[in-house]
Design a protein around this ligand. Sequence first.
Ligand code: HQG
Length: 194
Amino acid sequence: MFRRNISQVEKKIKMNENIAKSVSKFLSLVLRHSPEKIGLKLDENGWADVNELIAKCTKKGNRLDAALLDYVVENNDKKRFAYNEDKTKIRASQGHSISVELDLAETEPSEYLYHGTVGKFMENIRNEGLKKMSRQHVHLSKDKETATKVGSRRGIPQILTVRSGEMFRDGFKFYLSENNVWLTDEVPAKYIEF
Ligand code: HQG
C-alpha cells in the first residue's frame, strides 16, 4: 500500500517534470525565436509582459498560469528565463535568434572557456572559427562538463578550448548572461585549441 503510494507520487513528479519541460521548450520558442507565433511582442530588451504571455500561450492551447510560470522560472535546469524586479515582465536570459539588447555588462573571462560541438562542424570551425550562426552570440561554457552537455545535443560531443583570456587582452568583448553562459561575437580560429 505504502509502496504503491510512493510510486504514484513518483509518477506525479515525473508528470510535473514533463509538463515543466514542455513549457520551457515553448517559452524558448516564443521568448527567443518566434514571439509572433502567439502574437506576442517583446520590447527591445527582450522582455514580454507576463500577463500577456500567460493569456496568449493559453489561447494557443499551451495552458499556462502564474504558478506554473513561477515553477518553470525557478526550477528550470539552466535557469533559462528571468523576471524583472516586480515580476511583471519575463525574458530569456540568452539564446535568442531575434535581435534583442540584453544590456549585459562586459565581463573579463577566465583564461579558458569551452565550446561543445560535433564532428561535422569541425572543418568549418577550423577554417573560419566559431560564428554566431543563427543566434545573437557565440555561446561558451565555463567548464568542459557543461560544454560536453551542449555538444551532446547534436551527437558525439567534441570539446574545443577557447583562449578567452588572450582574446580579452586582444580587445574582444565577453558578456556573462544572467544564467552564467559566456557570450561573445566570434572566436577566430587562432584562439581555439582543437
Ligand atoms: C556550430 C543551448 C559551422 C556550433 C546550449 C554549434 C547553449 C559552426 C552550432 C546554447 C561554426 C550552432 C547555444 C562554423 C559554430 N561553422 N558550424 N563556423 N561556428 N558552429 O545551437 O552553442 O538549452 O546556435 O558549434 O546549452 O550549440 O537552448 O549554438 O554546434 O548554451 O538553453 O553551429 O543553446 O542552450 O548551434 O548552443 P547553436 P550552441 P539551451
